[in-house]
Design a binder for this molecule. Structure first.
Ligand code: PAF
Length: 273
């Protein structure tokens, strides 16, 4: 497995590859969720490239950039075992220059929900994803549905900017008890983990209500709020696949989204109906 730090080295490597290239961008601290993206890429492409870069521009002032888990040795082993051909691990100065040209998330869909509570987050996320897609020039790039709004905005960027990479959505991976895998789960104490589980159980209960015929979003939200045990709820929303807020659930076209703090950890989860 090749390891690259400099963008030019990656570009040279990429240019010599024939066949299809799959790309999995990550911020490291790889877990089964990332592994499922990597496996899919290895299965579906002739070559797979993974990037590991904790991108500072998508963290807001006061967020967890400094304490974000970094496990580079373990990550490299995981990539090697999974059949990754190259890992790109740039330093900040290899990727960003001063007074950069900026990519801005769309004014509406980039500033609701996650974008409302983390204004500017999606600008930084799209900026780095575009850079990484330009560097790796992949046939297919893999993103988890757990970051549903991120996935939506990357798909929108690919459409709006006529990118020639297929954006491939991948299913959420959960612990046996339902907790969605996240690199941030390591911040949770045992007690907080129990509380964090109420995010996924509330989503499951909402799905059950919908299966019983309930369509009214207010009623579903009310039930979900009752079943949560979190420090602070930021939002529960039901949107369609284009991230328009719904008042009535649309079967096969709705996503229930939740974001909440458990102690000092901010968690998100969702379910696609
Ligand atoms: O989902 C993530 O880990 C990050 O937002 C991404 C896509 C790697 C960009 O930094």
């Amino acid at each position: 497995m090749r390891e690259f730090e400099k963008p030019n080295e990656l570009i040279d490597f990429r240019e010599k590859l024939g066949g299809s290239v799959g790309f999995v961008p990550t911020m490291g601290a790889l877990h089964e969720g990332h592994i499922s993206l990597i496996k899919k890429s290895v299965e579906q492409n002739d070559h797979t490239i993974v990037s590991i870069f904790v991108n500072p521009t998508q963290f807001l002032e006061g967020e967890d950039l400094d304490r974000y888990p970094r496990k580079i040795e373990a990550d490299l082993k995981i990539c090697k075992l999974a059949g990754v051909e190259a890992v790109f691990m740039p330093k900040i100065e290899d990727i960003y220059s001063s007074d950069e040209l900026r990519i801005l998330a769309p004014k509406i869909k980039g500033y609701i929900l996650e974008g409302f509570f983390r204004p500017g987050h999606f600008d930084g996320m799209l900026q780095i994803v575009l850079k990484l897609l330009n560097l790796t020039n992949p046939s297919n790039a893999y993103f988890g549905k757990k970051d549903a709004q991120q996935l939506f905005l990357i798909q929108k960027m690919a459409n709006d900017l006529f990118l020639r990479t297929n954006i491939i959505p991948c299913e959420i991976v959960r612990e046996e008890d339902g907790l969605a895998l996240s690199s941030r789960n390591v911040y949770l104490s045992q007690d907080e983990r129990k509380k964090a589980l109420t995010l996924s159980t509330s989503l499951k209960s909402a799905t059950n209500l919908i299966l019983q015929g309930v369509r009214d979003v207010k009623e579903i939200k009310k039930m979900m709020i009752k079943s949560l045990d979190v420090t602070k709820l930021e939002y529960i929303e039901i949107v369609d696949r284009d991230f328009n807020t719904l008042e009535e659930v649309q079967i096969q076209n709705s996503i229930i989204l939740i974001a909440a703090w458990v102690g000092k950890t901010r968690l998100i989860d969702n379910i696609w109906i």
